[in-house]
Design a protein around this ligand. Structure first.
Ligand SMILES: [Zn+2]
Length: 240
């Protein structure tokens, strides 16, 4: 097992930018190197000389936290990307419309948030397409970005995503807010690990007592003060 981890590490360290990674190869999370899977682009971050970063929220919309997070983003003029679960989008269409009308991006995070590597290729396609249809109906909107639940994916997912013209978006900085990590710890993680082109993972759907809104109120102004600009993932990927 140790040897396998070492081999994966050596492979990762040896990867130049834009390397073709065989689908299913484990790529360490949080890497600052964008990679390409066999059949579809997979981004962990975006190399840029500018201090642009992308804040992302998974698993919503949530009737309470999504609205609160949108208020905070508005207060600081920060743009973000919401990777939404289709069945929740259908339940709270007004929050999807609000996300889009306030200049944020909406990405696809499956219909029902299953573990993707347990699904057949047809089921993977159906999970993605149902959410796409829901967003189309709610807002006449076609997402371009897909984030697999828990960041886990194999060949069926990259093939389905590429067949439907999606890029797969993972993350550079994991706040672990979903595990109810204390606010000060989230803030410290974000402030120490964020750099130009980082993609930060947060959640707008967490059970009771989400630490996310309070953490945002601390790290968003601190990063703005530090010269960072919060843009959507598509804006970040288009940056020089
Ligand atoms: Zn998720």
């Amino acid at each position: 097992m140790k040897r396998l981890v070492l081999a994966a590490l050596i492979l990762f360290l040896a990867l130049p930018m834009g390397t073709i990674v065989p689908t299913g190869t484990a790529v360490p999370m949080g890497t600052a190197v964008p990679v390409r899977a066999e059949d579809c682009a997979v981004y962990y971050s975006h190399p840029t000389d500018t201090r642009r970063i992308a804040l992302t929220f998974d698993d919503g919309p949530h009737y309470k936290y999504t609205a609160e997070i949108l208020d905070i983003l508005d207060e600081y003029g920060a743009k973000a990307t919401f990777f939404v679960v289709g069945e929740l989008a259908e339940r709270y269409p007004e929050l999807i419309l609000r996300e889009l009308s306030e200049g944020h991006e909406v990405g696809n995070h499956t219909w029902s948030h299953p573990k993707m590597n347990r699904l057949s290729p047809d089921a993977v396609t159906s999970e993605i397409i149902r959410t796409e249809r829901a967003l189309n109906e709610i807002a006449d909107y076609r997402p371009k970005l897909f984030r697999p639940p828990e960041g886990s994916f194999g060949k069926a997912v990259t093939q389905a995503a590429s067949g439907m013209d999606y890029d797969i978006i993972l993350w550079t900085v994991d706040t672990r807010d979903w595990a109810h990590t204390p606010v000060n710890q989230i803030v410290e993680t974000v402030l120490t690990q964020t750099g130009p082109g980082s993609i930060i993972l947060c959640h707008d759907f967490i059970g009771r007592d989400s630490p996310t809104p309070d953490a945002l109120r601390e790290f968003i102004p601190a990063l703005i003060e530090d010269g960072y600009e919060f843009v959507t993932v598509s804006e970040l990927l288009g940056s020089e």
